[in-house]
Design a protein around this ligand. Structure first.
Ligand code: MRU
Length: 351
């Protein structure tokens, strides 16, 4: 292992599965003040952890869905194979309904369900369980490698002295590895390149301020938090050379669903001539969605706007509009940083 690889190994992890088949997550709702690891004991708990954003970020919820399905099965190994299969489908469907926009969740759960469907019916529940567990671990391991590759490809786009802006958290805590949008920053930094990271705070749940700043800071990247409304002014001042964010679902034509606010960042970036990149694995590309209009955007509860950490900040009876994501038009995207390299327009991922 090279020194920079060893350094990358120090980045915190969102989740892990141990060799006693126990599944743990870092509760991200408590960051940055508390670093609480929580064991996930049943399918309802995993559903709630995904819904409440204790575990979040498209690749991470895909992996959490896969491990969540595995732990939901481990006390039912004495079932007949048909009943066990019913349980696999039921729990996969239930977990899949926890959040609708990130395609990685259904991608991972469909992958396990397909294995179950094709599994020989003369084998036992335990044998199927072992295969599903192996596949969940594989999904996790391959995400680690995917993030590393995204980091290597993306790091080449960062120049010494650049200002690199990101929104929300598409870092280690949103994946199984070193992140997607933050991976290029980690790789560039670990190789000695020095630049300034700007983390947009990301109202309403503040993933940028709470989580991105926390992990970039832990790694020692020079990081500045900004209110979301500051980004276009920074671009006007010439302090942003590149924007890189993650994705929850990319349609076949490159239209991209990501955290609310991404689209306005991209529009401003176009105005000021700042390159705007999406960093994501191929598992986030949904060729079944022809364009952004096919993507379901999650609408979240009103309390996320009316309260901050239990403190009321708006009238309780006010109407609330709280979409968790928006869709950025493909024409605003300079490139997709993927594990296969940087994909440039025109985009047609099914080709
Ligand atoms: O609501 P969240 O925090 O799950 O939203 C996360 C994002 O929008 C990320 O940018 C996206 O999932 C990519 S994570 C590598």
């Amino acid at each position: 292992m090279s020194d920079s690889e060893k350094l990358l190994d120090t980045i915190p992890r969102a989740l892990y599965f141990d060799n006693e088949d126990r599944f743990f997550i870092l509760d991200q709702t408590k960051l940055p003040t508390d670093e609480m690891i929580e064991e996930q004991k049943d399918v309802e708990q995993v559903y709630d952890s995904i819904y409440q954003l204790k575990v979040r970020g498209a690749p991470a919820i895909g992996i959490a869905g896969a491990y969540g399905l595995v732990i939901s099965l481990k006390n039912s190994l004495d079932l007949e194979i048909e009943s066990f299969l019913e349980l696999v489908y039921k729990n996969a469907q239930y977990l899949n309904s926890s959040r609708p926009t990130a395609v990685n969740l259904s991608w991972a759960l469909n992958r396990l369900s397909k294995i179950a469907q094709d599994f020989p019916k003369d084998k036992t529940a335990k044998e199927l369980y072992d295969v599903l567990k192996h596949e969940a671990i594989l999904i996790h391991k391959s995400d680690i490698e995917t993030c590393r590759l995204i980091g290597e490809h993306g790091a080449k786009l960062i120049r010494e002295g650049d200002g690199v802006l990101t929104l929300c958290n598409a870092g280690a805590l949103a994946t199984g590895g070193i992140g997607t949008a933050l991976a290029p920053m980690y790789v560039a930094w670990s190789k000695g390149k020095r630049f300034s990271a700007y983390s947009s705070e990301t109202r309403p749940l503040l993933q940028g301020a709470r989580i991105t700043c926390w992990e970039l800071n832990k790694f020692g990247v020079d990081t500045t938090v900004i209110a979301d409304s500051v980004s276009s002014y920074l671009m006007k001042l010439g302090r942003v050379d590149m924007i890189v964010v993650g994705a929850d679902r990319v349609a076949n034509n490159g239209d991209t669903a990501n955290k609310i606010g991404t689209s306005s960042l991209a529009i401003n970036a176009k105005f000021y001539g700042v390159p705007f990149y999406i960093a994501c694995p191929y598992s986030t590309i949904d060729t079944n969605s022809k364009s952004g209009t096919d993507i379901v955007v999650e609408e979240r509860g009103k309390d996320e706007l009316i309260y901050i950490k239990g403190q009321q900040i708006a009238p309780k009876n006010i109407k609330v509009c709280n979409p968790a994501f928006d869709v950025t038009d493909n024409s605003l995207i300079s490139g997709f940083i993927t594990e296969k390299g940087v994909i440039r327009p025109p985009y047609n991922f099914s080709k």
